[in-house]
Ligand binder design. Sequence first.
Ligand code: FAD
Length: 449
Amino acid sequence: MSNSEFTHCVAVIGGATAGAEIARRLADRNILVAVFEQNPRPYGKIEDGLPRWHERLRDKEYAVIREKLSHPGVRFIPQTKIGRDIAFEELVDEWGFSCVVLASGAWQDRALPIEGQADYIGRGLVYQNPFVIAFNHAEDPGFKGETFDVYDDSIVVGGGLASIDVAKIVTLTCTQRALSERGIEISTTELEVKGIPKTMAAHDLSWEELGLAGCTIYYRRREEDMPLVSIPDGATPERIEKVKKSRQTLLRKASEKFKLKVEPLSAPDGLVVENEKLVGLRFRRTRIEDGRVITTDETFERKGPVVISSIGSIPDPIQGIDMKGELFDFTDWTYGTLTRYPTVFSVGNVVTGKGNIVASRKHATEVSQDAVEIFLGVADDPEAATEGEPGLHEAAAETAEQVAVHISTQPGADSAQKEALEQRIARRQKEVGYPGTFADWLASVGEPC
Ligand SMILES: Cc1cc2nc3c(=O)[nH]c(=O)nc-3n(C[C@H](O)[C@H](O)[C@H](O)COP(=O)(O)OP(=O)(O)OC[C@H]3O[C@@H](n4cnc5c(N)ncnc54)[C@H](O)[C@@H]3O)c2cc1C
């Protein structure tokens, strides 16, 4: 497609689920889309956040991203971090794009709310994002990121799907290791599919014989409050009760199948330090009144080999974009527009950054209990369930469409601007060694292990 055929030129920051979705929708509208991705591969949370036992879902989502970014109207620019390799203001104000779409996800762990916690990162305290990345790449000999030992009886602080994933990584890894010491080799993926009790029974063993403690999630609310299944806006009291029951059922199933425990009504309150190492946490008992967490005078201490904090991911700040609290300073949550930049829009996790209820509602696709059962690995018929696994990209589609429609009504670019822009894109691609086609680039960087 020659550049004269394009009406607009749009930059997308982040090439994963949300970025690929909007890129494709814009390219379908005759718009030239430059996708800037900081990593060599464009798979974002699918490669590094979704635990690796979701093999089929991961492969399906990789294929969806590849297909969308292969559109002839999309220019992929890998290994280019906006805010580091190219300043955000430069991209918005100087490159000549009609619009810029932020699809950079939520990669920063929310800090554990205890003073002094940062001093113990790597000395007894671990955060969810690097922990899951390391697990997903544990069998990748080329992985250069941080690695972590996985310990039985770990303390997980959190609530929600991600903290269950973290606790599962602990119990599955420790069980796999204990079985391997007995000469029984099984992968964590196989163990996840079968579940721990069935696997033990198949080898005439009991969990108790392994001498493992499992893993406990400390949650500041009640089990029925854990946001595994969301309560729709305007739900009747009956519907709310039903959702609460589903949450308890899901948790019970996950606890049984993966040997994890949940200690509700426990808010992290202090660090337990010995020899300059974090060896546990002090928790404060809470109670729930009118949906609010009320702390009580009762505290208790819990020691463990490691504390893994899994209390949410928020967007990584990008120099040049104002923040409001832990999120970008959006003026409009539907289009994710920013106060200082009227031509910038946002889609995906960068807007829904957990913890902002209003934004999450607007950007969330309602997720059914069946879908959550599949994600948690507790569906009654895993074979049938895997077939029907929902796509993560489907959640990104609705907002991407709204933003794409909105962008296509913005003023277009003239042919001199388009020409200059194409040259600038090609220059950056050359700098990072991009061979010319998306397929060749992916072949050169290889698929994730
Ligand atoms: C039912 C359901 C279950 C889910 N289960 C899980 C789950 O188990 N685990 C999970 O993690 N998520 C889960 N999700 C959420 C899912 O991960 C998201 O919906 C989606 O994958 C996020 O896509 P994204 O493109 O917004 O962000 P990401 O996948 O984070 O993509 C952002 C991309 O931007 C790139 N980037 C970031 N900053 C820059 C920059 N400055 N310059 C250039 N590039 C940049 C990143 O490298 C990345 O490739 C679930 C969602 C649903 C609906």
